[in-house]
Design a protein around this ligand. Structure first.
Ligand SMILES: Cc1ncc(COP(=O)(O)O)c(C=O)c1O
Length: 412
């Protein structure tokens, strides 16, 4: 086809896709892959994918998986296998939920698919959704795709990265439909105290808002901290809680997530009825992973073992923090959950005005790949996210390499 003909056949993509971004696997990641293909050693600290760093799925999961293959052959229940939904319901009840039944649970292909179904089911064009900044970009993206507007509220680094309630209040408008919490948080690793969540509940009640709470890291909490589900603090509030096994049971690739709808019966019925239409469109979630849910949720020990001294997640965090502390101009709030750290860099000291460029420069200078703060809807160029999944020695060396690189680095 000649040039003119090609132009005649140009098909424009949906304009709403222009703001969709996933910097975790964006241009800097693509550059890292190019470097790796050329034989350059690259350490990828961009994705929270434990299986890629030698973490193994627990024996409890492996055994059920191997003996269940045949049972996973047919399409299963649109909402998820009854046995799996029962075990999720029991799990959420153990976590303090009330008045829920397996009918209030939907199982999907990861929290990613669940978030997408929920946003499509719940948001209309013109709706506003309060979303944390910084935050994992999934939720901003699904909100935009649904035609609604993400309105960012600040999480305050000076207050352990807890949501800034005044900022949240100032962002409420008559169009606000829901508040999103990511607790424990990605990228900060913060675990929210009950007092903060109770204030957010008060706000939601005053303004008749629903809360969506992404709690995929609720089992990955360290340092004697306790995670409380917002739905457990107020069983009568309209809440949709999302969770999954990707991280706690090292099965990211299996795609296993769920939502639990709690609150007034009318809310549960409306959300479930609408989500059901979307769930039916994709027939069912991955059946194989659903067969392991009961065994996984009964096995809390394998997750806990990673989070105490001598456990990989604990030791990797300690190694990262100890090495990072020595770098001039870098400060951070230590995470108490998950395996992410969101350090701050002194932009004046290093003359940084563009955090994507900074991440690219570090990649070229050291071979270490991380995600710039703007990839988490953070408005200033002064943060970046580290994934602390490699072994402690590898992380220590990577932080030392970054420190050495910064000795002479000035962006302009
Ligand atoms: C906060 C948060 N929610 C959801 C997800 C997606 O998880 P899943 O593998 O269940 O799709 C992630 C993955 O990193 C995450 O960090």
């Amino acid at each position: 086809m000649n040039q003119t003909k090609q132009e005649e056949y140009a098909v424009n993509m949906a304009s709403r896709m222009e703001t969709i971004h996933s910097d975790i696997r964006g241009p800097i990641f693509i550059e890292a892959n190019r470097m790796a293909a050329e034989g350059i050693l690259v350490l990828k600290l961009n994705t929270g994918n434990p299986g890629a760093f030698g973490f193994k799925m627990p024996k409890s999961v492996r055994e059920v998986l191997m003996s269940s293959l045949e049972r996973a052959v047919p399409y299963c229940d649109v909402k998820g296998m009854p046995e799996a939904r029962r075990s999720i319901c029991d799990y959420q009840l153990r976590r303090g939920f009330q008045h829920i039944s397996p009918e209030d649970i939907f199982i999907g292909n990861g929290v990613s698919e669940i978030a997408s179904m929920l946003a499509t089911a719940m948001f209309d064009p013109g709706d506003e959704v309060l979303i944390p900044s910084p935050s994992y970009s999934l939720w901003t993206n699904v909100t935009i795709i649904a035609g609604a507007k993400p309105v960012l509220y600040t999480c305050d680094e000076q207050s352990n990265w807890y949501p800034d309630l005044d900022d949240m209040r100032s962002k409420l408008t008559p169009r606000t439909k829901a508040i999103l919490l990511i607790n424990p948080n990605n990228p900060t690793g913060a675990v929210y105290p009950d007092e903060i969540q109770l204030e957010i509940i008060k706000m939601a009640r005053e303004h008749h808002l629903a809360i969506i709470s992404d709690e995929i890291y609720d089992r990955l909490v360290m340092d004697g901290m306790r995670h409380t589900s917002v739905a457990a603090l107020d069983p009568e509030l309209p809440v949709v809680t999302t969770n999954g096994l990707s991280k706690s049971h090292i099965i990211c690739g299996f795609r296993c997530g769920w939502m639990c709808i709690s609150g007034p019966d009318s809310f549960k019925k409306t959300v479930a009825g609408t989500v059901h239409k979307l769930a039916a469109m994709r027939l069912c979630g991955n059946a194989l992973t659903q067969l392991v849910i009961p065994a996984a949720l009964a096995d809390e020990d394998s997750t806990r073992a990673m989070l105490v001294p001598g456990g990989r997640l604990y030791d990797q965090r300690e190694a990262t923090c100890a090495a990072l502390e020595k770098i001039p101009g870098i400060s951070f709030v230590k995470n108490h959950a998950a395996f992410y750290l969101f350090p701050k860099i002194d932009t004046e000291m290093y003359n940084i005005t563009d955090d994507r460029q900074f991440a690219m420069d570090v990649l070229h200078g050291t071979g270490v790949l991380f995600v710039p703060g703007s990839g988490f809807d953070w408005p200033k160029p002064d943060h970046f996210r580290l994934v602390m999944l490699p072994h402690p020695q590898t992380l220590t060396k990577a932080m030392e390499d970054i420190g050495r690189f910064l000795e002479t680095y000035r962006q302009k």
